[in-house]
Design a protein around this ligand. Structure first.
Ligand SMILES: [Zn+2]
Ligand SMILES: [Zn+2]
Length: 441
């Protein structure tokens, strides 16, 4: 499809605002994803995305420290002539393509790296000791810039405004929440984001309606007793024994209180207390994480963890205080809007064929994209980057993680297709939540 189809689309829309009634238009809409894929696979666009991704890979920055990453993105937006707001939530950027007026649809890419030492030996290995783009966020940025480039080339055909959300601090920093607080979702009706997936072959995507990723929370409890001589325990209140019983009781919450079909996790990963063979310490600190796919289960888990820790500590005459780090590291469950799921499946199938659009299993990992979904309908999906002919590599968050750059055109064109088609088809896919319009930008 080329310029001619765009003109047809544009004329058809002027004549027929109701998309669902137009069989001809439906055929034309189906061509958009393949057209965008062909555009992003052109050597000049592909090589440009690869160069950006490699540049970011060499200079990974942790959450809210993405100053150079942000500068690279703004430099590219300037070259493309795309207006933007900066700074948003310290290093974040909001770019705007289209009419500048409603409707608004958002595409999000996260920008931060991980505190991991890269073990892959290659020309563009991380130049920063102890830091690595091991979750593919360098590719996410490159793909959103790729989408921006082709959207900007067709900006006069966009029936509204595409908001580019370059977000800091996804890895345990709640960057999405800070972007929302800074106004990232003002006027926006729906938001899409993707994540690369090392288990999925390149050219495939996976997704599901409803819960996709778990809500994740963390807890730390200080259990206080009374220290003393280990040989005279009746003069002490032993927090090590109390903490041990607390941990055993915590494991009963999921096994005895949760519906076996409603996946949940409680893991204690930290136990610190005592320093001598013959001394009962004053206190013990334990900590861990909890996960649930449903918000109601997540809230209940949090409540029961606190009750079990304080009550079980009291059984052993100890006191306990629990901290849930509510303002630092909590992600709600990532729950995909059902109507956006149907919409995404159509767009992805038009690009890749139904064989390459897979049903994803829910995972107990988490994503701060969930914060956007608590405000407006949102959709999160996976884009495959596995290519076994290039040998096996480590998965995400692994020092041997490798991004197969063949994924870049797929992510970029999916982003662009979702945005353009959402704005063209929105009346037929009104998401589940009620939309509130604000003034134009
Ligand atoms: Zn990650
Ligand atoms: Zn990630």
């Amino acid at each position: 499809m080329g310029f001619f189809i765009w003109v047809c689309l544009f004329l058809s829309l002027q004549a027929k605002p109701s998309l669902s009634d137009s069989a001809v238009l439906s055929t034309e809409l189906k061509e958009i994803p393949k057209y965008f894929l062909s555009q992003t696979q052109k050597p000049d666009v592909f090589d440009w995305m690869v160069a950006i991704r490699r540049k970011l890979h060499e200079n990974p920055e942790l959450g809210f420290e993405e100053f150079e990453t942000s500068r690279v993105i703004r430099e590219q937006l300037d070259k493309l002539g795309i207006p933007y707001k900066y700074p948003v939530a310290i290093t974040g950027i909001l770019g705007f393509i289209g009419t500048g007026k409603p409707p608004f649809v958002a595409l999000r890419a996260d920008m931060d790296a991980l505190p991991i030492q890269e073990l892959v030996e290659w020309e563009h290995k991380s130049k920063v000791p102890g830091k690595m783009h091991a979750c593919g966020h360098d590719a996410h940025v490159a793909m959103l810039l790729g989408a921006a480039r082709i959207l900007q080339e067709h900006k006069n055909k966009i029936k509204g405004t595409v908001v580019l959300v370059f977000q800091p601090g996804e890895e345990g920093c709640m960057g999405a929440r800070k972007m929302i607080e800074a106004g990232a979702l003002e006027n926006v009706e729906a938001i899409f984001a993707l994540h690369v997936n090392s288990e999925l072959p390149v050219g495939q995507v996976s997704c599901r309606a409803g819960p996709l990723l778990a809500g994740s929370g963390f807890f730390q409890a200080v259990i206080n007793g009374k220290g003393g001589h280990a040989a005279i325990p009746h003069h002490s209140v032993d927090p090590i024994l109390a903490a041990s019983n607390v941990i055993v009781s915590l494991q009963h919450i999921v096994s005895r209180e949760a519906d076996p079909l409603d996946s949940q996790v409680v893991t204690v990963g930290k136990f610190q207390g005592g320093g001598a063979f013959n001394v009962i310490p004053d206190s013990v600190t334990i900590g861990g994480t909890f996960r649930a796919l449903l918000k109601s289960s997540f809230v209940r888990l949090r409540q029961r963890i606190e009750e079990v820790i304080t009550s079980q500590a009291a059984v052993q005459r100890c006191t306990a205080a629990v901290d849930f780090f509510d303002n630092e590291k909590v992600n709600p469950p990532t729950v995909n809007d059902e109507k956006l799921h149907a919409f995404f499946s159509r767009v992805a199938t038009d690009m890749l064929g139904s064989r390459n659009v897979k049903e994803a299993m829910p995972l107990t990992g988490s994503e701060d994209f969930a914060f956007y979904q608590e405000v407006i309908p949102g959709y999160f999906f996976f884009v495959g980057l596995k290519n076994e002919t290039r040998g096996k590599t480590g998965g995400e968050h692994n020092p041997n993680f490798v991004v197969n750059e063949d994924v870049l055109p797929y992510g970029a064109s999916l982003h662009a297709s979702l945005a353009v088609r959402y704005l063209l088809e929105k009346d037929a896919i009104t998401p589940l939540q009620e939309i509130i319009h604000h003034d134009e930008l």
